[in-house]
Design a protein. Structure first.
Length: 151
């Protein structure tokens, strides 16, 4: 790995230093550090603590992003009119629109992956699927195509 690729130059210098010690024994590396006035044990302890802190920060950030996305999905689900309350004709029309690619290639692929036998999909399953597609589209900041007017 190229030390210049690191976002933080000090970490890059550590990686560069480690690459220069290839072929040296642990005792030789320790002796070299001691000659330069460093305490190898203290350095290892500090490095482990810093790596653990960075890992915690990264994990916390990932969890916060997940929580925010879940909150957006929950909000999108509450503000949308559920397909379960619509007529079978509306559901079938919209489901066929997804199958035909009107919602995009990803929607078409999701239908094919979700249902192995499209001829036996119940209206309720289609409606639940359409609810999920609408939420996903809203999370991607896209809008679903216009639906036929409610009869």
């Amino acid at each position: 790995m190229n030390p210049a690729e690191f976002e933080h130059p000090p970490l890059g210098r550590i990686v560069e230093g480690l690459s220069r010690t290839d072929g040296l024994t642990a005792a030789e590396v320790k002796a070299s550090l001691c000659e330069k006035g460093y305490d190898p044990e203290a350095l290892v302890t500090r490095l482990k603590a810093r790596a653990a802190a960075l890992s915690r920060e990264s994990r916390l950030s990932w969890m916060q992003q997940g929580d925010a996305l879940q909150a957006r999905a929950n909000a999108a689900g509450r503000t949308r009119r559920s397909w379960l309350g619509r007529t079978a004709d509306e559901i079938n029309t919209a489901f066929n629109a997804v199958r035909s690619g009107r919602y995009g290639a990803q929607g078409q692929l999701r239908v094919q992956t979700a249902f192995s036998n499209l001829t036996s999909v119940t209206v309720e399953s289609k409606a639940a699927f359409l609810d999920e597609v609408d939420i996903l589209l809203e999370l991607q900041h896209e809008t679903p195509p216009e639906q036929p007017p409610t009869l």
